[in-house]
Ligand binder design. Structure first.
Ligand SMILES: Cc1cc2nc3c(=O)[nH]c(=O)nc-3n(C[C@H](O)[C@H](O)[C@H](O)COP(=O)(O)OP(=O)(O)OC[C@H]3O[C@@H](n4cnc5c(N)ncnc54)[C@H](O)[C@@H]3O)c2cc1C
Length: 457
């Protein structure tokens, strides 16, 4: 058989073509994880003409560092990352400290650090590691347009930037095409299900302050030279800020009610925001925050619409599976969206590595095991992130008073209402080794599936 211009004799799945849609964190990690397992024919299809990653910071927790270390691409990220050793949660208006949580032992407790870094460095490191793998090929400037068949092999259509179309086939197709996934729409439609995108009513500004711009302000320099993540919170809004890129940049990321996108008919989720609109939304925040916001040059304010999705009934159909934001987009309150996509990638490689053969039925079972292993965790973390957001964004009233009391008690080791900073939640997120779990549970889950299929016959 000839597929995509090359002979395809899929005696073993490792020789068969695997196509990944999307070169985001999830897609790149999937390609790399599969190549490390010995898969020989991996193609990554990306709509953009290059990587073109967002200029913004990212928090990377031990669960991510563990996987990237195993994939051999963590060192360049760690070299310029900042270890997070403490977090300060402050009232946005008064700058008064609500809670201060020290976390000096994360590296010791989990074997890997919790740190902050630049997205471009993380993506660049994944990409560079992919480029060292002869098995991985990239096709930039190509978009998935439709999926024609899901099994026994998958056939699908790509479209180039010039509008030309291209038919492709693969043994496995992974939709890592983000929150607006075309693969998800096609898969749900094929399964007779409909999409249920949830509008969160929230948007986010992301800005980067260069060190030079902050140098004359000692209060700002103290933040930049710290190992601290600082949150300023107010009703329905907050800023979360931390140093990145060897402390040459202070990263600031907000959440606020989505007023601008709600009115915009545009299909995109990002836009150049107006500096005045941003300053107005946070006009009641303290002078320190306002001074920092004021440093942003006009034209460099970016705003994101935050989308969510009701848990999908399935992530898998035939030989097609979804991954990352395509199947479990999350609000950023736990800082785990990219982390979960990278965990998905690592688990997918573990299960496909254990496929007994290249038969479409076996592939489908492996993909179902992947979903079974991943869904409970991703659903739990997505729910927890939403809960944390509701708690952080409370307005005046009893619930807020109770929350602030808990924040005050957190200083003495009590429960932390900001779930991201809570030691129990950290243990659940950071202590979890998804690859180990996949390796331990694969055989049992695979047999369970075989049993339930034969019981249905
Ligand atoms: C404000 C904010 C802060 C965040 N902070 C953190 C954090 O600190 N830590 C963390 O872990 N996560 C964080 N996240 C979440 C994280 O950014 C996402 O969860 C993560 O990027 C998802 O990765 P992905 O690969 O699934 O999707 P994406 O990164 O969206 O990648 C999808 C890729 O697919 C491509 N694509 C789309 N459609 C097609 C098509 N039809 N054909 C071909 N290619 C296509 C896109 O161009 C893109 O390159 C944050 C998110 C926001 C909004």
């Amino acid at each position: 058989m000839t597929v995509n211009g090359t002979p395809w004799q899929a005696k073993a799945l490792k020789d068969a073509p695997i196509v990944i849609i999307g070169a985001g964190m999830g897609g790149l990690a999937t390609a790399l994880a599969l190549a490390k397992k010995g898969f020989k024919d991996i193609q990554v299809i990306e709509r953009a003409s290059g990587l073109g990653f967002v200029g913004a910071g990212i928090q990377m927790a031990p669960n991510v560092a563990r996987i990237l270390t195993r994939l051999g691409c963590w060192s360049p990220v760690e070299a310029e990352a900042t270890d997070v050793l403490e977090t300060s949660i402050r009232d946005g208006a008064s700058n008064q400290k609500l809670a201060h949580v020290d976390m000096p032992n994360i590296r010791k407790m989990y074997g890997y650090p919790h740190c902050t870094g630049h997205r471009a460095t993380l993506a660049g490191s994944l990409y560079d590691a992919c480029r060292l793998e002869p098995a991985i090929k990239f096709k930039f400037g190509h978009s998935l347009r439709s999926i024609e068949s899901f099994a026994p092999h998958t056939t699908f259509t790509l479209q180039t930037e010039a509008g030309e179309t291209l038919q492709m086939k693969a043994a496995v197709l992974i939709g890592a095409d983000g929150v607006k996934s075309i693969a998800r729409a096609a898969l749900l439609s094929k399964a007779g299900l409909s999409e249920s995108v949830e509008d969160t009513g929230q948007a986010a500004y992301r800005i980067l302050l260069p060190r030079q711009a902050m140098e004359s302000d000692p209060e700002m320099m103290e933040l930049l030279d710290s190992n601290q993540v600082t949150r300023w919170i107010g009703e329905k809004r907050h800023w979360i800020c931390y140093p990145i890129a060897s402390r040459s940049i202070y990263n600031m990321s907000s959440i606020q009610p989505d007023d601008n996108f709600a009115a915009a008919p545009s299909s995109t989720y990002t836009t150049k925001g107006s500096k005045k609109a941003m300053m107005d939304v946070f006009s009641d925040f303290c002078p320190l925050v306002l001074r920092m916001l004021n440093l942003v040059p006009e034209g460099e304010v970016c705003e994101w619409k935050l989308r969510s999705q009701k848990p999908l009934p399935t992530w898998v159909h035939g030989s097609v599976a979804l991954l990352g934001d395509a199947c479990h987009p999350t609000l950023p309150h736990l800082n785990q969206g990219a982390g979960l996509a990278i965990e998905d990638a690592a688990v997918l490689a573990e299960v496909l590595d254990r496929a007994p053969d290249a038969n479409p039925e076996s592939i489908n079972k492996c993909l179902q095991v992947y979903e079974t292993l991943r869904k409970p965790r991703t659903t739990a973390l997505v729910d927890l992130a939403a809960l944390s957001g509701r708690t952080l964004h409370l307005g005046q009233g009893k619930a807020k008073e109770e929350r602030d009391k808990q924040f005050a008690e957190a200083n003495g080791g009590g429960k932390v209402p900001d779930k991201w900073a809570s030691p129990e939640v950290q243990e659940m997120i950071y202590g979890y080794d998804c690859m180990q779990e996949a390796a331990a549970k694969f055989d049992e889950e695979y047999k369970n599936l075989e049993r339930s299929i034969s019981n249905r016959l």
